[in-house]
Write a protein that binds this ligand. Structure first.
Ligand code: LLP
Length: 442
């Protein structure tokens, strides 16, 4: 089976330049750090576009396919413009993500609004900007949205978010009759929701069912099972209510390669399982093939991103580990401390002495848990070296914080030996710009 870009550990343009330093997108990584400082998020445009091409080719044999990038993995104006150019729609979960794609000039009909507790203000913004689909998560929201739609004299196009009873961990999954999840309607609640829509909520137009079964998925059979459950439900609703639902949204989830141990399936393999399962299920349950929506996030943007750090202090614990400290950590990449996520890294600058040492990369934040990579082999890492951490495009910047009142890092886009800032570094003034001292304290 053809390899795809989500299966690579490093951006496709990564190479060692003539100087011995690493390059991405034709840009010398050490020069980038001299120009922009560290920590620095770098996004390789060629890798991002190559993943998009994989997805488009892989799904091309299903006619009615709609690819929606999950903005939660990375939401910036520039990356939204690239994904828009590549023909992607967007899955958004907040006013901020809606506003970002709107400002990036995205056709709002190609936007789907998800979330288990969307506020009235967020739903209002979605209606005003003409967001194409709202995936309704619960009974409270059905009522809220119908009232809002009525006040706008609009009919709102919706999906129902359901929990198909499949729970996915990275390498295994469980299937149960129902799932204890905060997201979506349990399968046993669908009929009640549908009856409310048919009988009482005349400002809502239901188009289909939506589910998402997990993230960093390596297993393909889960998609087969998910699709079968959704199609079976659609056929059942048709039979019971004469309801013709013609859309299924199966969420995101395809995994990426954070370390050499990880072997995610290719986009082509996943697409084959999804399309074959869909064709098989529509035949089995006797319905028309629905439009298919997928919402990948991580597998689109992760491999395109790396983070560059400068190595500072180091500490050899007597008879223990050697710690190497970098100038970033859990505030720019909370994944290791939140999920024990593992990452791979290399020294980006040329090293005379390349004898390997096992070290632990410690972040700069005031928490002992702020360890970015445990026990990694690097060539004698020393103060001033540049560390390049791979696969940080997804859920790094989007989950970054200002912990310890440290400014968020900037982000550059590299391509064809050019680099452009796409997120500028916060200043100290930015950090206090929303602070207010009450008069009585002055
Ligand atoms: N659609 C829905 C409804 C989702 O909830 C998600 C992710 C996606 C699509 C995109 O999934 P992806 O293709 O990126 O796996 N912060 C965690 C990941 C949380 C994912 C939440 N939902 C992490 O850093 O691993």
């Amino acid at each position: 089976m053809k390899e795809s870009t989500n299966q690579l550990l490093k951006p496709i343009t990564l190479k060692k330049g003539d100087s011995g330093n690493l390059e991405i997108g034709g840009c010398d990584l050490v020069e980038l750090t001299e120009q922009y400082g560290t920590p620095l998020y770098v996004i390789d445009e060629a890798t991002l576009r190559s993943v998009c091409a994989d997805y488009k080719v892989a799904f091309s044999r299903y006619e009615k396919v709609n690819m929606m990038f999950a903005s939660k993995s990375l939401s910036t104006l520039a990356t939204s413009v690239i994904l828009k150019q590549e023909g992607f729609g967007f899955d958004v979960v907040s006013a901020g993500e809606i506003y970002t794609v709107y400002k990036a000039g995205v056709d709002m009909k190609k936007v789907l609004f998800n979330g288990n507790n969307k506020s009235l203000e967020e739903l209002t913004l979605a209606l005003e900007l003409g967001v194409g689909r709202i995936s309704v998560d619960n009974f409270f929201e059905l009522d809220l949205l119908n009232e809002l739609a009525k006040s706008y004299k609009k009919t709102v196009d919706i999906l129902l978010r359901v929990t198909p009873g499949i729970e996915c961990h990275t390498h295994e999954y469980i299937q149960t009759g129902h799932l204890d999840s905060k997201f979506g309607f349990d399968l046993t609640q669908i009929d009640e929701a549908v009856e409310l829509i048919i009988n009482s909520y005349s400002n809502l137009k239901l188009h289909g069912l939506h589910a998402h079964i997990g993230s960093q998925i390596f297993e393909t059979k889960v998609y087969h099972d998910e699709i079968e459950i959704l199609i079976k439900e659609i056929a059942r609703l048709d039979e019971k209510y004469g309801l013709k639902l013609d859309e299924i949204n199966i969420g995101g989830g395809l995994g990426v390669k954070y370390t050499e141990k990880d072997c995610p399936p290719s986009t082509y393999e996943i697409a084959d399982v999804i399309i074959d399962s869909l064709n098989e299920s529509v035949k089995k349950y006797g319905i028309e093939p629905p439009a298919l929506f997928i919402e990948p996030g991580r597998s689109i943007i992760s491999t395109a991103g790396v983070t560059l750090y400068t190595i500072g202090s180091s500490k050899q614990v007597p008879h223990g580990k050697k710690y190497i400290a970098i100038d970033g950590g859990m505030a720019d990449n909370p994944r290791p401390s939140m999920y024990q996520a593992q990452y791979s890294a290399e020294i980006a600058n040329f090293k005379e002495n390349d004898s390997l040492q096992t070290v632990t990369i410690a972040g700069r934040f005031c928490e002992s848990g702020d360890i970015l990579i445990k026990d990694i082999e690097l060539p004698e890492p020393a103060e001033g070296d540049i560390l390049c951490v791979y696969n940080t495009g997804a859920y790094n910047y989007s989950m970054a914080s200002n912990y310890n009142r440290v400014q968020k890092s900037q982000m550059v886009l590299v391509n064809n030996s050019k680099s452009d800032i796409i997120i500028s570094r916060e200043t100290l003034e930015d950090l206090i710009s929303h602070d207010v001292i009450p008069d009585r304290l002055k």
